[in-house]
Each structure stands twice: as C-alpha cells, then as structure tokens.
Design a protein around this ligand. Structure first.
Ligand SMILES: [Zn+2]
Length: 98
C-alpha cells in the first residue's frame, strides 16, 4: 500500500523549492525513498521529509486572543518577579541611605 504522506510530500515539492540542509543544493527532482528519506547528491547529507498536521479553529480571532492571553502560572510568575524586583530595589535603597 502506498504511503499517503508521499503524495503530500510530492505535492509540497511541486509548490516549493527544498534545499539541502548542509550545502543548500537544490533538491528538485532528487528522488525520495519509501521511508521519505532523501540524500543530497552533492554532499551526501541524508534528510527526511516529515508531514505535520495542525488543528486550526473556525474563529481565528478567538484563537489569536487565546494565544495572546497569559495562563494562570505565567501571571503568577510575572507578579512574583515584579514583587522580587521591588523588594530588591527597596533593599538597595535602604542599604545606600542607611
Ligand atoms: Zn548537500
């Protein structure tokens, strides 16, 4: 049975130019094997195509808002950092003045 990812990879290669990760040789027309691997004919560097899948929401504005909002842990870390900086500043002022 043919690997469905090979079709996706072939389609991607038709739309974009891929270069060797080591010598920047243009890999147009260089065959890939059944394990999605490709070897640069110029320098022999072995690479593999990886197909990744992303799930995107129907409401990009909502996704953007969620991505920009900080989680609870991040907010606590920022508050503790600000408190620490203020305490260090007070300690330095106290040492310099007294
Ligand atoms: Zn190369």
């Amino acid at each position: 049975m043919r690997d469905a990812h090979l079709d996706i990879i072939e389609q991607a290669r038709e739309n974009k130019q891929y270069l060797c990760g080591r010598c920047r040789y243009v890999l147009d027309g260089v065959p890939i094997d059944q394990q999605r691997a490709i070897v640069c004919p110029e320098c022999g560097y072995a690479m593999s195509f990886v197909v990744s899948v992303r799930l995107v929401g129907d409401n990009p504005e909502h996704d953007q808002r969620v991505r920009q909002s900080l989680g609870r842990t991040e907010r606590i870390i920022i508050r503790l950092s600000v408190l620490f900086i203020v305490l260090v500043f007070i300690a330095v002022v106290y040492i310099v003045v007294f």
